[in-house]
Design a protein around this ligand. Structure first.
Ligand code: SF4
Ligand code: SF4
Length: 291
């Protein structure tokens, strides 16, 4: 196993290329569109954009929470929201020619509904302008408020995602104190119970010190509440002020965890060192013909 601190070869991404990727990139440049894919320097950009998948960030760049793995700025946006964001978001999807879009956001504990109403407006605008595009909402936990979860789940989206991020034992210190392993499971369970036709999805980072037993237990917990899709990717430390990487998980182990998930009956388990929660999300969507 390579020493922690030096990235192993399997974490090297391919340089993005190809006509489909270049076409999306040209539109992004021409219209000055902002994507999480570029801002996070995501290694999967070539593959995702070539397949018409991208992630857009909603509700600003300042989060009211401070998770110890995340590079997003923490602060208090004091209720600010861009009223034009739903239309702008729909325009970005159209201009990029996306077949599948992931709408994610910072946590907005400063808003009474956590931003659920705004989220739903963005989903509706995207769907109205791009009825063929699959829409996934990777949302905050809304502090577990069921009414806010329902607002998003009822917006016409295809996939509702809420990330566990890590196994139960490591939830604190990894996630902000206001987040919770059981709270996230409850949010996912409620989304499924409220609208069973919407796929539910969660993602975990590996390499934070979790054991294999804990990975298996997490899969059991997700299966028990009817989660449809699970993703596993390698945790990478954004800066020295963030949690250290405890282990670089080899690709063969990621394959093994995928098999563990499939054996538990998930529709899909996307698992690999460079997998991010939105990685090739279109593939799962197409496979299950959930449009
Ligand atoms: Fe980052 Fe999300 Fe945590 Fe905010 S809630 S710090 S955006 S991971
Ligand atoms: Fe964009 Fe997500 Fe794909 Fe990365 S994995 S390129 S953020 S859609």
């Amino acid at each position: 196993r390579p020493p922690v601190g030096r990235k192993p070869d399997w974490l090297r991404a391919k340089l993005p290329s190809g006509p489909d990727y270049q076409a999306v990139k040209k539109n992004v440049r021409e219209h000055r569109l902002a994507t999480v894919c570029e801002e996070s320097m995501c290694p999967n950009i070539g593959e995702c954009w070539s397949h018409g998948t991208a992630t857009l960030m909603l509700m600003g760049d300042t989060c009211t929470r401070a998770c110890r793995f995340c590079a997003v700025d923490t602060g208090n946006p004091r209720g600010w929201l861009d009223p034009d964001e739903p239309e702008a978001c729909a325009d970005s999807v159209r201009l990029m020619g996306l077949k599948y879009v992931v709408l994610t956001s910072v946590d907005r504990d400063d808003l009474p509904d956590g931003g659920a109403g705004h989220y739903a407006a963005c989903v509706r605008a995207c769907k109205a302008a791009n009825p063929e595009t699959g829409v996934e909402a990777l949302t905050p936990d809304f502090c577990g408020r069921e009414a806010d979860v329902e607002t998003v789940v009822d917006s016409g989206l295809d996939v509702f995602a809420q990330n566990l991020e890590t196994v139960e034992r490591l939830t604190h210190p990894v996630r902000d104190a206001r987040a919770g392993y059981r709270q996230t499971l409850d949010v996912l369970a409620h989304a499924k119970a409220h609208r069973p036709g919407v796929l539910t999805k969660t993602s975990l980072m590996l390499g934070l010190g979790e054991t294999e037993d804990e990975i298996a237990a997490t899969l059991d917990d997700c299966a028990a509440i009817g989660v449809d899709i699970v993703t596993f990717g390698q945790y990478l430390r954004p800066t020295v002020n963030h949690l250290p990487v405890e282990r670089y998980v080899p690709p063969a182990d990621f394959d093994k965890y995928r098999q563990w998930g499939l054996a538990r009956g998930f529709l899909e388990v996307v698992s690999g060192p460079l997998v991010r929660s939105s990685y090739r999300a279109d593939r799962v969507f197409d496979k299950n013909n959930c449009g």
